[in-house]
Design a binder for this molecule. Structure first.
Ligand code: IPM
Ligand code: MG
Length: 354
């Protein structure tokens, strides 16, 4: 069980350290976890001149799973494209063909008051956003900034072929089948041809899944419904850009993006696991970031890449126990709870494991 550990930049290293503390407990108990660290993002650029050094890509390819923190930072924003930290993550997703991005949005009852929405509106919420991760505007060609007749033009291309749509749709139906058997496909088929094809292909795939109830929503309407009636959703399947936006929106249903883990998988079991949040340079190094999304990402890794369901359940139970005891990082603190730092939160989860 070889894990490539890529902490990255900003709060990445401090939250990944907490996930590693948790994995260390399992390793000491005998789970054959082999962890190897490598540089990615801005720190890799500083050290090697490239945000995704060959050694890091090679390690990621050879590993059974990748645990990723975050990447980026103000100082890198004006670098040429291809050298920016975010490009490393996009290249990794694309090179490893990790096309299916699972972003579970689960309201912990212990966090009842953390969402800006009324508690009754979100209690018991359990939805899965399945975001296509290797196509769409993120990768479509042509792209660039060109000059046409003396005017600068920015160009990106929304592009999906039917095979890309079919494979993510299948994952959507399979996922719904293991849950409450409801799939909502989100597109913009009323305006965009690529999304018209999306809807058509999802309908074709649906014929093989008569036991799953399929609904289509336009993305604007889906964004509204996610706030109006979030509990109506089971699995949402959508493209790369819409999934990026909707998953940040959905984080507010549970109170903080600091609580959301994710898994990105391809055709094999190898996956990349990362918190949905970014590098948050404004709070980096201050021991205030929430490490729970990283810890919960490690749990997803154990479950989805290693079939270690009992260990994954145990980590999730430990997180809930710590929350039930009233401990909170700054992003989810409420009156009557006890604020703790990043590292202490990691220690509390470790203590709750045993
Ligand atoms: C995400 C992030 C990334 C994305 C960025 C950092 C490239 O926002 O994982 O949601 O847009 O996919
Ligand atoms: Mg995002």
């Amino acid at each position: 069980m070889k894990i490539a550990v890529l902490p990255g930049d900003g709060i990445g290293p401090e939250v990944i350290d907490q996930a590693m503390k948790v994995l260390d407990v399992l390793r000491r108990e005998g789970m054959p976890l082999e962890c190897e660290r490598a540089l990615i993002g801005g720190c890799a650029f500083d050290a090697t001149g490239h945000p995704l050094p060959d050694a890091t890509l090679a390690l990621a390819r050879s590993a059974d799973a990748i645990l990723f923190g975050a990447e980026g930072g103000f100082q890198y924003e004006s670098l040429p494209r291809g050298l920016r930290p975010g490009d490393a993550l996009l290249t990794l997703r694309r090179e490893l063909d990790l096309f299916a991005n699972f972003r579970p949005v689960v309201a912990f009852p212990e966090l009842g008051g953390a969402s800006p929405l009324k508690a009754a509106h979100v209690d018991g919420l359990d939805l899965m956003i399945l975001r296509e991760l290797t196509g769409d505007l993120y990768f479509g060609e042509p792209r660039g900034i060109v000059v046409e007749a003396g005017v600068r033009v920015g160009i990106n291309t929304m592009r999906y072929d039917e095979n890309e749509i079919r494979r993510i749709a299948k994952v959507g139906f399979e996922t719904a089948r293991k849950r409450r058997r409801r799939l909502c496909s989100v597109d913009k088929a009323n305006v965009l041809e690529s999304m018209e094809l999306w809807r058509e292909v999802v309908d074709e795939v649906a014929r093989d899944y008569p036991d799953v109830e399929l609904e289509h929503l336009y993305v604007d309407s889906a964004a509204m419904s996610l706030l109006r009636a979030p509990k109506q959703f089971d699995v949402i399947v959508t493209g790369n850009l819409f999934g990026d936006i909707l998953s940040d929106e959905a984080s507010m249903l549970v109170g903080s993006i600091g609580m959301l883990p994710s898994a990105s998988l391809g055709a094999e079991r190898r996956g990349l696991y990362e918190p949905v949040h970014g590098c948050a340079p404004d709070i980096a190094g201050r021991d205030i970031a929430n490490p729970l999304a990283s810890i919960l990402s490690a749990a997803m890794m154990l479950r989805m890449s290693f079939d270690e369901h009992a260990a994954a359940d145990r980590i999730e139970r430990a997180v809930r126990r710590v929350l039930a005891s009233g401990y909170r990082t700054a992003d989810i603190v409420e009156p009557g709870t006890r604020r703790v730092g990043t590292s202490q939160m990691g220690d509390l989860v470790v203590a709750a494991l045993s």
